[in-house]
Structure formats: structure tokens, C-alpha cells
Design a protein around this ligand. Structure first.
Ligand SMILES: [Zn+2]
Ligand SMILES: [Zn+2]
Length: 334
């Protein structure tokens, strides 16, 4: 079967590899479509410290069951949960397998889904009445939904979201699904427009407007109840604790690539809850599928193009050269 393989930074090619082994209890799937996200771009560029080469990327997957398995009939379309959990570490024992210490994400620490067939455990599969395009959006949206859950976002809250890329957009939709009022902050007007379509009540372009004044104006001078950070820069990490209201919650999803220095006084003075958010739980998958089945997400606006597998290596190259020219790229294998 064919697969897209990353060999070294900047080099991807289509190759023939053996069919997947089916271990006990795994379900054989025909991969239909795979979405690319920022972490795949980092892998392609050799900037993801968790990736060794050669590696098959891909963890945002739409697939079809090949052979029936228990309650899953052949031909059923599924989204899948690309994480593993060991069952033994502190996170797993606390019922938070999304943050498993020994997690291996598909396409990161182990080979991923940019291949014609994969075998997955039944419990990682989510059947849904969605199109292939929609199924590919399930996983990236769950990450933002999980952040909204971590922040205990409620209808009483105003939530500010820094960064409206794929993951930030999930936080907008997740906060919106919890009926909070959302304010989105980004440097890109196109992304802010998409955030509005996903439910943002207000947007601030931080290149042309003051974030501080904008947030105060929209919150009667108190600041947002919750800030979700989905950028990963020292400036946005700091802005989150500076802008959040007293006794507010700060949720970090962005991975900062360098150490961040803080005015830690604000943690105490504001009595903040500062929370990390990683990957997603099964309930986040269910919530996202419900949202997409209800047609409440601007799926077509969120996807910039669909290319066949053969053009995958070229798509990686163009994306790497001009990252701002692309929203979500989907690779079609069906
Ligand atoms: Zn991703
Ligand atoms: Zn674990």
C-alpha cells in the first residue's frame, strides 16, 4: 500500500509499505482523508523534538471500517482518537488519559495515518454521520473543546482566546457550545473572520488595536473571566495572566518554544487558576461530533484545499514556504 513518508527535514515522498499488522482486537480501516496541522508542519521541518525519521505523519483522520468488528459494521465511517494511554501513570490513574505520561500520538511518536490502511483499537474509533471533510476536523476541534472544559467555561463567562488557528478555533467553538461570550485575538483578519463564523462575539486584531483596552472595554473594565492561550509565544503567555480578570482562569494550550518569564505576583494577587490543557478526552470527541452533526461549524471556510496523496509532498513544501497562505490542507486517499 502507498504511504507518505518523511525521511529527513524538508523531504517527503510517496512509497510502498507493507499492510498494517492486525493485533488482537484492532479494527482494519481504509483511510479516506487526513488533515494536516501545525504539528505536521513542524515534523516536516524537523522542528518537532518528539519526531524521529523516517516517520509517516497524519493524525486528523477520516476512515472507513473494512471488516465488521463487534458493533461496528463494515463500511461505517469513523473519526479516530490518535492518542495512546498506558493505564498506569498518574494521569491515567486519575482518569485523565489525554495527558498520559507515555502517550504516543499517531504520526508523532509512532507512524500515522497518511497511508491507505491502518489498524486501530475499537475504543479509539468514533462512528459519526459526517462527511469525510467533517470527520477530519473532529480531532483538531477536540483539543480546543478540551481547553474550554479545563477552564470550566460556563454561560456566565466572557472568554478571551489568543490565537485563532486550528486549535484556537476549537476553543472558540467549545466556549460557544458552553454558551460563553467569546472574544478572539489574532494578527490575521482572515482567521478572525473565520472565528466569527465559528461563534466569536467580538474580535481584536492585535496588530492594529490595543488588546488591553479592547478587553477592558468589552468587560466593563474587569477583564475576561477566562483566557485561553493558543499561540505559544512568551508575549501571549504573559498577556494571559495580565489581561484575565481577578480570580479568573488561564488555560494554556500553546507550546512555548522558549522559557517565559512572568510577573508571578499576578498569580497571587489575582488568585488565578492557571491550567494546562493537552489533547482531548472521549467526551470532547462526543461533543465535537454533536456540534458537527448539527451543522454548527463553518467547515468549508475552515478548509483551504483538498489534494490527492500523490500531491502530498508538494503540499508540504508549499505550506512550509508560505504558511500564512494556507488554512487547513486535507489529503484525500479515497
Ligand atoms: Zn493536529
Ligand atoms: Zn498513562
Amino acid at each position: 500500500m502507498k504511504a507518505l513518508v518523511l525521511h529527513k527535514p524538508g523531504h517527503a515522498s510517496i512509497e510502498t509499505i507493507p499492510m498494517p499488522e492486525r493485533k488482537n482486537g484492532t479494527v482494519l480501516l481504509r483511510v479516506q482523508m487526513v488533515g494536516l496541522c501545525g504539528s505536521d508542519l513542524n515534523s516536516f521541518r524537523g522542528l518537532n523534538p518528539l519526531v524521529s525519521f523516517p516517520r509517516i505523519p497524519g493524525h486528523e483522520v477520516s476512515a472507513t471500517v473494512v471488516q465488521g468488528h463487534g458493533d461496528l459494521q463494515a463500511g461505517t465511517d469513523v473519526a479516530l482518537n490518535p492518542y495512546t494511554s498506558c493505564g498506569q501513570c498518574a494521569s491515567c490513574r486519575r482518569g485523565r488519559p489525554n495527558a498520559c505520561q507515555f502517550n504516543q500520538t499517531l504520526g508523532v511518536q509512532r507512524d500515522g495515518a497518511l497511508t491507505e490502511f491502518i489498524a486501530m483499537p475499537r475504543e479509539k474509533l468514533y462512528p459519526a454521520k459526517l462527511t469525510r471533510k467533517e470527520l477530519c476536523l473532529v480531532e483538531p476541534l477536540t483539543v480546543g473543546f478540551h481547553a474550554a472544559a479545563r477552564g470550566h467555561v460556563t454561560a456566565e463567562d466572557t472568554v478571551a482566546i489568543f490565537g485563532c488557528g486550528g486549535v484556537g478555533l476549537g476553543a472558540v467553538a467549545g466556549s460557544n457550545a458552553r454558551r460563553a461570550r467569546t472574544i478572539c485575538i489574532d494578527v490575521d483578519d482572515g482567521k478572525l473572520q473565520l472565528a466569527r463564523a465559528a461563534g466569536a462575539a467580538h474580535t481584536i486584531n492585535s496588530l492594529t488595536q490595543s488588546v488591553h483596552e479592547g478587553l477592558l472595554e468589552l468587560t466593563d473594565g474587569r477583564g475576561p473571566d477566562v483566557v485561553i492561550e493558543a499561540v505559544g509565544t512568551p508575549a501571549t503567555f504573559r498577556a494571559a495572566v495580565e489581561e484575565v480578570a481577578f480570580t479568573g482562569r488561564v488555560v494554556y494550550m500553546g507550546y512555548a518554544k522558549e522559557p517565559v518569564s512572568y510577573e508571578t505576583r499576578l498569580f497571587v494577587q489575582k488568585e488565578l487558576d492557571v491550567l494546562g490543557s493537552r489533547n482531548a478526552l472521549p467526551e470532547d470527541f462526543q461533543a465535537v461530533i454533536k456540534l458537527l452533526e448539527a451543522g454548527k461549524f463553518p467547515v468549508n471556510d475552515a478548509v483551504s484545499q483538498i489534494v490527492p496523496l500523490e500531491e502530498g509532498p508538494d503540499a508540504f513544501r508549499s505550506w512550509s514556504e508560505k504558511p500564512s497562505h494556507f488554512k487547513k490542507i486535507l489529503i484525500s486517499l479515497g
